[in-house]
Design a protein around this ligand. Sequence first.
Ligand code: PMV
Length: 315
Amino acid sequence: MQTSIGVSHAKIILMGEHAVVYHQPAIALPIKAIRLTATLRPQPKDQMIASTFYSGSLRAAAKTRFAGIAQLIRQLLRFFDAEQQGFMLTIASELPAERGMGSSAATAVAIVRAFYQAFGQALPREILLNWASVSEKLIHGNPSGLDAATTSASHPQWFIKNQKPKALRLPPEGVLVIADTGTSGHTGEAVGQVAALLQGDKDYYQPEIAAIGNLVKVGALALAQDDLVTLGHLMTTNQQHLKTLGVSTPALDHLVDVAEDAGALGAKLTGSGLGGCMIALAKDVSTAQKVAAALTGAGAKETWVYDFSTKDDGQ
Ligand code: PMV
């Protein structure tokens, strides 16, 4: 094992969360400016982890909310025939946890990359996503795989469960504002809640899932035609369906209204809901700044601005 650094980043779901669990398409964007790194250093003994989520031994992590990631690490050690190898794994994350930005998937992606680099092995994308699903399944129950695909991608993703993600292109203009309600989203709980609704009244809720899928397809066309106005409308309609599915909250609804009143073309929650973040689409940077200021004034804990023209690659 040699010292290595695996990198990943945040993601947001532009459209299609929840329906994506039921094989509808979703569109997600990598937010490369919000980064996570996993640094793996060999040491003579002790298998240790230091992160904002958990600090301590790998063994003790099994009984914490880091258990899913700990299981992934154990399986990676076994795969590389290094179960007795001492190490210090340091995870530094700019992603807020449990806010719909993909922090658990980003952690898994960075760790898998660090392990493959540490053992000098090439890592094809399918293998990376496969590994990330080990912890994602333990943490979220029935994940679509979208988070891992997007926290490891450099381009917007067109994603359908169990299919190879496709890269999408963003319009040359348009700015997204991301705002954090400051309360945790609960992916497993939200996904379970939607599953219960579908089980209880399939005739009523299945069309909601299909409708979200259709919105996403039209959304991809709007993106391809650089049609931000239509995209904004679609996002707002998507939010109505997410409300029907019971995953929005009064705080998310309020921020959506505030963003629209401040000039956003459309707004919605992003990720699993029941807390976490919302997103608003603005036509340009100055409108986005107004929207971000209004959201902060309305109680958003943090806001980020993602300008399509810079592709968020820090250049
Ligand atoms: O809240 P997040 O970032 O984990 O996003 C969850 C997205 C869902 O569609 C609700 C679930 C999934 O696995 O795709």
